[in-house]
Design a protein around this ligand. Sequence first.
Ligand code: ZN
Length: 433
Amino acid sequence: MHHIAKKIIGLTLLLGLLFSVSSLAMPRTAYAQQETITVTASTVNVRMGPGLAYNTMAQLKKGDKITVIAHKNSWYQVRLGSDKIGWVASWLLKNTEISSATNTRGTINTANVAAKENPADDSDTLGTFQQNTTVTIIYENSGWSQVLFNQTVAWIKSAYITKKDANTTQQNTQLTVDSTIKSLTLHEDNVKLRTTPNIGGHIKATLKNKAQLTYLATSDDWYKVQTKDGKTGYVANWTVTPSASNKPVTTNANNLAEATIVLDPGHGGNDSGAVSQKNTYEKTYTMQFVKKIAAKLRQAGARVVLTRKTDKFVDLAPRPALAKKVHADAFISIHFDSSPKSNQASGTTTYYYGKSKDKPLATALNKQFSSLPLANRGVEFGNFLVLRDNKQPAVLLELGYINDSNDYQQIRSTSYQDKVANDIYKGLSQYFK
Ligand SMILES: [Zn+2]
């Protein structure tokens, strides 16, 4: 893993906790309000943080039950047995049963409260909570509360916490409306319709696979929807698709399956991009390719986010911004070249900007392009905004010259599009290994 900084902070701390706390063997009661998930995939990795960049700390197997504590960037923070806290990709936990309700939260009501390793005054101190800090309570036991602390857990005296009413801890919901979405189709079974846009929302209904929903609004990773029988509520965006073309997601916990990939179809709307000799536009083909690539990656279990889903204008700056927002593990921008005069140049080019951040991704993808029917012009430095301003590993692919008659014939062919999608899938699988 050349390209991603490993997060090992807290490992020692966590291991220490595992041995010390589990050896206490005192009775504790978990909060009943927490959500329990049953793993239905064969294996799912548990990581130190909410993303592929974090080390794997455990694996879950089919039938395992875990408690969900929090939700971030479509990853669930979960508590395993023996007080281990880790993160799992939520989209790999489909067909799960989530019991109900919200976590119990509270506010620290005293200045400088010691975060203890164990529920005892003479236990080691892990740090300090400032007054008015909001904490998530996992357990309560004999006057002590176990709370989340950084990437792990700590104990504080329950008297130092003022509990919040579960109903008042809901975040303010910010709704936006995406006018390009008309309706949504569920692509999995037993999806919960919730009262609020988070996994803590109460369940209003359980929806069946392929159910059609009316789209009302978007709130972060959730859609506000209306069901055929008139119920309104929220569903997670990874359970539905705005088009009917989505294939079911496999649940193998390989690294690509855990990855979030942003695909960027170049141009769109008024910006048509380069023009072919047949007067067709680059923007049309970038979208065709992205749809094929997205389908292939989703089939492999990856979470795929598009910078645009329709033929609309999207400025350059929001594209890398979206990659940052969803914590993309890779950003791939799709384009087609053109030469000043037609039939002057041919072939594919793979562009990177950052040598350490982007080039390994560019190299991994480019390796696969050697068997394409177009000449491979190699890996090149490219000073493009979508790469330069990107905080995530990013590449820009020029997949042929649209104003070269031979290249154009390939670009518009299904077989070339399928080959490219397959090569990107293979390249990413290697890259995330
Ligand atoms: Zn372009």
